[in-house]
Design a protein around this ligand. Structure first.
Ligand code: RNT
Ligand code: ZN
Length: 416
C-alpha cells in the first residue's frame, strides 16, 4: 500500500473522503498577489518605492522590475503551485509602452491592462484588481478619499472609478467576476481633533465611486486598525466599512488577517459576517506583532480560518486573496510557500472530523471536543497533500526548492 492509500483508509475510518477533499481543493481558486514579486513598487513610478502605510523590508536580489520580468517570475512560481490560480493586480501595475504612454492614475483605462488579460488567457488565470491609493504625490497629509482638499479627493475618486471600469472590462473579457478592493491608508499619527469629518468625506466618496453599475465586479472595502505612522486614527476602520458594506448591497467587507488588534482573529469573524453577507473576501497574510505581511505559513490561525470556512459551509463564499510581501527572501519561494500553505490549510480543514466535533459541542461534551480536535492535528494529511501535488502535476514538498534556486542562479542574480 502507498502512503496515500494508508492515509485514505485512516481518514475513511473517520468518515472523511480524501478524494472529495482533493477535488474541492482543486476547484478553489487562490488569488495570488502580484506585488510579492516586486516589493509593491509597480510600473507607474518605479523609482518611488512603496509608501503610505505600505512598507517592505529587505533587499534580496532579483526584484522584478518590468512587466516581462514580473510575468516570468509569476509563471515560475505558478508552475509549482497546484490548482486554480488568479493573479491579483494593483492599478500601479499598468503596462506602459509606446502606444500607451504613461498617464496618471486618474486617467487609467482598460488598455493599460489588456496585456495582463492576454497573459491571464494564455495561462488560464483569473484576475483580481485594486485601486492603488498609496505611494503617490497626490496623497496629502496622509489622506486620499477623506482629504479636506477637494482636488485631492477628486483625483482619488476618479482613480477608484477608473479601476472599477477596468475591473468590469477585465471581467467581460475573461467572462468572470473580478474582485476590486478599495484599501486606503488614510489616518493620523496623532490624536485627531476631528474624527467625524474624514469619515463623512470617505462615505460620500465611496457613494460616488460605487454609483456606476459594474456587474462583473465584486466590490470590496478593506478596513484596518492602524499602521506605522498612522497610530492614532484610521478613517476606514472596521466599524466604518462593515457598516458601509452592510447598508450597501453588493459591497463587501474584506477582512485582512493583519488588520485587527492582535488579540482579535479573523477566524472568529467569519461566522459573524456569514448571516449577513453571501461573500467573505479575505486577505490571507501573517502578521508578526503588527500588520507585517510576512509570508503565509501553515500556522494555527491560518488553519483555524480555513477550518471555519469549511465547517460553516462557506468555502465557496470565501474569496481568498493573499497579501504578503517579503523583500528579504527569494520572492518566488515566498509566492510558492505562501500559496501552498494556504492550500494546505484548506486541505487540512477539509479533513477534519467536523460532524463529530459539532456533535460533541452540541451535546456539551467539551472533553471529547478537545480530544478530537487535538488528535485530528496528527492525522496523515501530509500524505494526501503529496498525492494532491502528484495528481495536479506540481512538485511535492521537498522537490520544488531546487528549481527556485536554479532560477535564482540563472535569471534573478543576473538582474542588477
Ligand atoms: C495594506 C492592505 C492592502 C495592501 C495591498 C497591497 O495594509 O493590506 O491590502 O497590502 O493592497
Ligand atoms: Zn490587505
Amino acid at each position: 500500500m502507498t502512503m496515500y492509500e494508508l492515509a485514505k483508509e485512516r481518514f475513511a475510518a473517520l468518515g472523511l473522503d480524501t478524494e472529495k477533499a482533493m477535488e474541492t481543493l482543486r476547484k478553489k481558486a487562490i488569488s495570488i498577489n502580484c506585488w510579492q514579486g516586486d516589493d509593491v513598487v509597480g510600473f507607474d513610478n518605479p523609482d518611488g518605492g512603496a509608501g503610505n502605510g505600505i512598507q517592505t523590508t529587505g533587499n534580496y536580489p532579483g526584484r522584478a522590475r518590468s512587466f516581462e520580468e514580473l510575468k516570468a517570475d509569476f509563471l515560475k512560481a505558478a508552475s509549482m503551485i497546484p490548482g486554480k490560480k488568479r493573479i491579483n493586480l494593483h492599478a500601479c501595475y499598468a503596462v506602459f509602452d509606446k502606444e500607451h504612454p504613461w498617464v496618471d492614475r486618474d486617467q487609467l483605462t482598460y488598455d493599460y491592462f489588456a496585456p495582463w488579460v492576454a497573459f491571464a488567457k494564455e495561462n488560464d488565470l483569473g484576475i483580481d484588481f485594486n485601486p492603488t491609493v498609496f505611494s503617490h504625490p497626490m496623497m496629502k497629509d496622509g489622506l486620499s478619499l477623506s482629504s479636506p482638499d477637494e482636488k485631492v479627493r477628486r483625483f482619488w475618486i476618479d482613480h477608484c472609478k477608473a479601476t472599477r471600469r477596468i475591473a468590469e472590462r477585465i471581467g467581460q473579457e475573461l467572462n468572470d467576476e473580478v474582485l476590486n478592493n478599495v484599501w486606503i491608508p488614510d489616518g493620523y499619527k496623532d490624536i485627531p481633533s476631528d474624527r467625524l469629518g474624514p469619515r463623512l468625506r470617505l462615505k460620500e466618496a465611496l457613494d460616488e465611486i460605487f454609483a456606476e453599475p459594474c456587474p462583473h465586479v465584486i466590490d470590496c472595502v478593506e478596513s484596518k486598525v492602524f499602521a506605522i505612522g498612522v497610530e492614532s486614527y484610521t478613517v476606514g476602520s472596521n466599524e466604518f466599512y462593515l457598516a458601509y458594506a452592510a447598508t450597501h448591497p453588493g459591497i463587501y467587507d474584506l477582512m485582512d488577517m493583519g488588520h485587527f488588534h492582535p488579540q482579535e482573529f479573523v477566524s472568529d469573524k467569519v461566522s459573524a459576517l456569514l448571516p449577513y453577507f453571501d461573500r467573505i473576501p479575505l486577505h490571507v497574510t501573517r502578521p508578526v506583532r503588527w500588520d507585517s505581511d510576512h509570508v503565509v505559513l501553515l500556522d494555527d490561525e491560518l488553519k483555524e480560518l480555513m477550518k471555519e470556512l469549511v465547517r460553516c459551509g462557506a468555502l465557496e463564499k470565501a474569496v481568498i486573496g493573499l497579501d504578503f510581501f517579503d523583500a528579504s527572501i527569494n520572492r518566488i519561494a515566498a509566492w510558492v510557500l505562501g500559496t501552498r500553505a494556504a492550500q494546505k490549510a484548506i486541505l487540512f480543514a477539509l479533513l477534519q472530523p467536523d460532524a463529530e466535533l459539532k456533535k460533541a459541542q452540541d451535546e456539551g461534551d467539551f472533553t471529547r471536543r478537545l480530544v478530537l480536535m487535538e488528535e485530528a492535528k496528527t492525522l496523515p494529511f501530509g500524505a494526501v497533500w503529496e498525492e494532491y501535488c502528484r495528481r495536479t502535476g506540481v512538485p511535492a514538498d521537498g522537490a520544488w526548492f531546487d528549481g527556485v534556486r536554479a532560477y535564482e542562479r540563472d535569471v534573478l542574480l543576473k538582474r542588477n
